[in-house]
Design a protein around this ligand. Sequence first.
Ligand code: SAM
Length: 482
Amino acid sequence: MKVLYESVINPQTRHSLGEYYTPDWLAEAIVTEVVTAPLSQRVLDPSCGSGTFLFHAVRHYLGRADEAGTSDVDAIRGVTASVLGVDVHPVAVTFARVTYLLALGRERLSRQDRPAFSVPVYLGDGIQWGQNSTLIDTDALVVSTGDGATLFADELRFPDRVVEDAAQFDALVSDLADSAARPNRPPAEPLLRGVFRRHGIHDADQGTITATYRTMCELHDTGRNHIWGYYVRNLARPIWLARPQNRVDVLVGNPPWLAYRYMPAEMKANFREMSEARGFWAGPSVATHQDLSALYVARAVEQYLKPGGRFSFVMPLAVLSRRQFAGFRTGRWGGPNLGQMDVGFDTPWDLHAVKPSFFPVPAAVVSGVHAGPARALTNSAESWTGRLKGRNPTLAEAFKHITRTDPVTGGPSSSAVRSPYAARFAQGPAWFHASFSWSTATRRAPWAPALDARGSVVTGAAMRRRRGRSCLGTPVPSRASS
Ligand SMILES: C[S@@+](CC[C@H](N)C(=O)[O-])C[C@H]1O[C@@H](n2cnc3c(N)ncnc32)[C@H](O)[C@@H]1O
């Protein structure tokens, strides 16, 4: 999917969104390392791109579910409640949804008793630019429509019960936006009765939705409606995920990498303000090198990760030593206007000596826990070295050629020894040169998916032919009801 995605989106758009796509072996290594109890941890990739991390998190969950003897029905319900993704790019979201279905595998998807589910990959602004959490109300999603054109801003308000189910919420917002834009709009009362019935709106929420609908009509009639439906749908899932009860146990991924000098003017202003508030702004001499990746990781941790939860992200290697990342490295994020948040960093992985290079700039993996006391990120990293073979090796193939060296002892690192592959690779000092063959349903190319007994996969197009619009985020009906 990644390969296909990169061929569909032009390089300029990809650059502006800070897109470098993680190779499968690395995403799998991160997921395996940080998701230690897949059946009981909820995992989010807050900038999921075409879904590489989601694929491996889903496979990791399903592998454990198989070992535990979990039925396919329960495994589908469980995994779709546990592995979630968000991306701001609509095409990325579509690809990630297909990737998710590929990870579930044909066998599970074609079962007669397959439960209804929707693929939990959402369009959304993961960083919530400029929001600083002001939209989180106690019991509703509230969007202020102030655009500077009117003296008083109106609110679009959606009760929690309505926001809870992503697919239903999207359908409701589209329905309201389409109705508000109808040329000869019928009176609100009868029209909304139909909307409430179609979307199963609770009696107690109908007054709020009616007021919101009237505001949408007003926005439309005064020529200010263009983006609200889209905007509301984009914001809803990240805000819902940020509620304390919905936060996740693990964050994984590869945030957008984008230097300040390449940001558009409005993003620059927001970025600077949000970086300063967290003590990340390192001053004018390195301003042009300040990078979105640090702010993105910090925002993801502060918004979406439970206290005590773990995170692991691919970042530019510069994060380990360069001045523009000094504030991030302290692990004490915040300031007078924001409050303090402490994270404890683990030993990072330095990947610059893994060849051939997989990104245009060297990379590291930065992990830690959302808990105090703060433990700073150090330059003393576990070093990964080796030359990989093949275009998209699996983790097992990659680990045949990678040496992981502990920063203190200079020997094999303890996490390599802890790794689930360690036993397979342990051959005395040459632990990294195992020679066995290990097959998995990892994607080598989107048009030639590998097969295995449980998760035999089909192409996205074939999947869509079979399941209608299932990969586009609409609920997948159960076989019984289709
Ligand atoms: C470096 S790519 C990583 C993609 C994927 N996690 C991977 O490693 O293959 C960064 C992704 O961040 C997304 N992105 C950029 N800004 C975002 C935002 N504000 N909210 C959500 N996603 C965003 C881009 O669309 C892109 O897919």
